[in-house]
Write a protein that binds this ligand. Structure first.
Ligand code: CMP
Length: 140
């Protein structure tokens, strides 16, 4: 089915100047960018977005990293978009990511891991709504 997923190009990948290379991988895989915006997240934004991880030991480092520089927020649409994006990204820990994935190619560490992508339809819906009102999502 055609799905939507939420993507973040994280501060490390923006700093590395690989926004276009990452978008290119999405597009070549048949995912369309149907909403996008660059933003330097506030601590409140980042804490709210990652609220499910609030009690995890890595929460503070994760939030500190995510507000260390601008990020690119996007909504991607396409057939099986959630799983497709997860395959393109590779494992959360870049050391464990398969060759040729975004994280294997561009990421340094589990925090500076280049990209975020939704893990399921319900989380995709919530993550999209957290940053993009429906009228700023250009389904096509
Ligand atoms: P992301 O997909 O953005 O979701 C939560 C983030 O927490 C994850 O990518 C990692 O960058 C970061 N993180 C740091 N440590 C861990 C960990 N042990 N397990 C999962 N995520 C972690």
């Amino acid at each position: 089915a055609v799905e939507r997923t939420f993507s973040i190009i994280k501060p490390d990948a923006v700093a590395k100047n690989v926004i276009g290379e990452i978008y290119s991988r999405f597009e070549k895989a048949g995912l369309k960018v149907i909403a996008t915006r660059m933003v330097h997240l506030s601590r409140k934004d980042a804490e709210g977005f990652y609220a499910v991880h609030k009690s995890r030991p890595f929460f503070k480092d994760l939030v500190d990293f995510m507000i260390s520089g601008p990020v690119v927020l996007s909504v991607l649409e396409g057939e099986n978009a959630i799983l497709k994006n997860r395959e393109l990204m590779g494992a959360t820990d870049p050391k464990k990511a398969d060759k040729g994935t975004i994280r294997a190619d561009f990421a340094q560490s589990i925090d500076a891991n280049a990209v975020h992508g939704s893990d399921a339809p319900e989380t995709a819906k919530g993550e999209i709504a957290y940053f993009f009102p429906e009228h700023q999502v250009y389904s096509r």
